[in-house]
Design a protein around this ligand. Structure first.
Ligand code: FES
Length: 109
């Protein structure tokens, strides 16, 4: 079994089978990693493996479209493209950008 700690949400640690996809674990356990496409296209699931990067699988070509070598060196991965092979990881992610409140609609001139 692997364990995943979701630092940026509630800090909860969950368990899953070895070689589990990080985003799927997050979705199943409501871990909170943001996502849109689930297929390596949108870049939304960018996250940082703060502990246990050695327990993840090889970097995929799709990840290289969103992250630099410096990002990888700092532990960044795309959750939908990352499998946790064994052991434990702790993962964080950037806060979602806040969207401005909608402006009130005035009378049409
Ligand atoms: S969810 Fe779109 S790249 Fe991972």
């Amino acid at each position: 079994m692997i364990s995943v700690t979701f630092i940026s949400s509630d800090g909860r640690t969950v368990s899953a089978e070895d070689n589990s996809n990080l985003l799927r674990v997050s979705i199943r356990e409501k871990g909170g990693i943001p996502f849109k496409c689930g297929g390596g296209l949108c870049g939304t699931c960018r996250c940082r493996i703060e502990q246990g990067i050695e327990n993840t699988d090889a970097i995929k070509p799709k990840e290289r479209k969103h992250l630099t070598e410096a990002d990888f060196a700092a532990g960044w991965r795309m959750a939908c493209q990352t499998f946790v092979v064994q052991g434990a990881v702790s993962v964080s992610w950037p806060p979602r950008p806040t969207t401005p409140a909608p402006r009130p609609i005035g009378p049409v001139a």
